[in-house]
Write a protein of this length. Structure first.
Length: 462
């Protein structure tokens, strides 16, 4: 991966870091994309090699993930199919708008990653807040991944040992806390310790296959339901108008690909905002069909009784669903180290900024710090995953942070980019774009505040 030269924000020389400081926040990017060298480096004009069609599939891959399992429950919370689809369609306009804004600001600032764009355009304080938000978001996502592993292992073990549905584990080795812990220590921790994660390119293909297979199974199971499935109650309207907003965290968590979108944009053969607009529109439409198909069919199959993880609603002995669970476990096992790597890179970047040192100054100390960061991150996420009952609890919190990446930071970037333009007269289009940025920041702040407050209230009253 090529390393950039100079500082992230040339206006803050005291926060500058060297070009070869090892792990840092600028490495946070899509697993499928290599960082593109800036102008003046090797490869001549600095253009990437990704075609527009390739960029579409990379963005789709970045958007689709574990949030898929929570969409049927989100439709249930929103009050039915009509409310869920309407909310998705309304939010999709601003989700696409945020992706286009990030490309525009990336081009204007000549920066290559999400947090670097925020740093360059908005300054130090928003830049630090962005990096902290990324660290917290990746931390929460890692917790959700461990919970998902436990969910799927519970069902697989129940089928293997022929335990009745809903029964507690009769053996210590089938206990949920034990199975999550042993899987995490034996598989996830060793994959998380290395300084670099070259295997991440294989995880992308695996995630795509697993996601599409899960969607296909859920749709097929709705069209040709099992005979033992009893009729269910299907809500057709939300219980209150505020209930619609309960689906927002899941939608934001599901469609959040903005952090990895900037490197994807810069990896294109022709990184133009107009072309990028077509790319992200096509990608989000594909993601919309996948999420809507899963959400609608999963919700209509189980109605109001659908679990937060839709695969938990299916019987343990269902072979196609069991294969879907195995796919999900494999996807999560390879995705956890990538998310941890991103969070660790941000923490390392913040550390290097404040201390003003480079990794090369003390290799031994860097190795010890990396081990400490990795083990602490791993143990904290594992501990929380053992006691948080379902992924809905986690998504309700980190979904609010996803709203910040989708709405707040792109909105701030657009406002600052337009305010920095030197114009004698400001046309109507200028005011329209600034107003759009203000609206995005306001909308994102509302979603973040509402979802976070609601999550805290639900947890306190549970």
């Amino acid at each position: 991966m090529a390393q950039g030269t100079g500082s992230i924000n040339s206006d803050y020389k005291d926060w500058e870091w060297s070009a070869d400081a090892g792990e840092r926040a600028r490495l946070l990017q899509s697993p499928s994309v290599e960082t593109v060298p800036k102008s003046g480096e090797s490869q001549g004009d600095g253009l990437g090699a990704t075609s527009a069609l390739g960029a579409v599939f990379i963005v789709v891959n970045a958007a689709l993930g574990a949030g898929l399992l929570n969409f049927p429950a989100a439709f249930s919370m929103a009050g039915g199919v009509a409310a869920g689809i309407t909310l998705q369609m309304c939010m999709l306009v601003f989700i696409i708008g945020g992706l286009v804004i990030l490309a525009y600001c990336s081009q204007a600032s000549n920066e290559r990653t999400y947090q670097e764009v925020v740093w360059a355009v908005c300054g130090k304080i928003p830049g630090v807040l962005c990096e902290v938000a990324i660290a917290v978001y990746t931390f929460g996502t890692c917790i959700a991944f461990l919970i998902i592993i436990g969910d799927q292992e519970d069902k697989i073990i129940a089928a293997l040992v022929t335990e009745p549905e809903g029964a507690g584990s009769s053996h210590w080795y089938t206990d949920r806390k034990f199975t999550i812990s042993i899987t995490a220590f034996l598989l996830i921790l060793p994959l998380s310790i290395p300084k670099e994660i070259g295997f991440q390119k294989y995880a992308s293909s695996l995630s795509v296959i697993g996601t599409w297979y899960v969607t296909a199974v859920i749709i097929i199971k709705y069209i040709w339901p099992d005979k033992e499935l009893a009729p269910v109650e299907i809500p057709t309207s939300p219980s209150t108008w505020m209930a619609v907003f309960n689906a927002m965290p899941t939608i934001c968590f599901g469609f959040q690909c903005h952090v990895s979108s900037v490197p994807v944009f810069n990896s294109m053969k022709q990184p133009e905002v107009k072309t990028w607009g077509a790319v992200v529109t096509a990608a989000m439409v594909i993601a919309l069909f996948v999420y809507t198909g899963t959400g609608v069919c999963g919700f209509l199959t189980f109605g109001a009784s659908v679990d937060q993880d839709v695969l938990l609603s299916y019987p343990s002995n269902d072979i196609p669903v069991a294969l879907a669970r195995a796919f999900i476990i494999l996807c999560v096992l390879t995705s956890y180290p990538i998310l941890h790597f991103c969070g660790r890179a941000v923490l390392e970047g913040l550390w290097l900024r404040y201390t003003g040192v480079t990794v090369e100054e003390d290799v031994v100390r860097e190795r010890r710090r990396r081990l400490l960061q990795t083990v602490s991150w791993f143990l904290l996420t594992l501990l929380l995953a053992l006691f948080i009952p379902d992924i809905g609890k986690v998504i309700s919190v980190i979904g609010g942070l996803a709203a910040c990446f989708i709405f707040v930071f792109p909105g701030l970037c657009l406002i600052q980019a337009k305010l920095s333009e030197i114009q004698e007269t400001r046309p109507v289009s200028w005011w329209a774009q600034v107003s759009y940025g203000v609206f995005m920041v306001t909308l994102g702040a509302f979603i973040f505040g509402q979802t976070t407050a609601n999550a805290i209230f639900v947890d306190l009253t549970a």
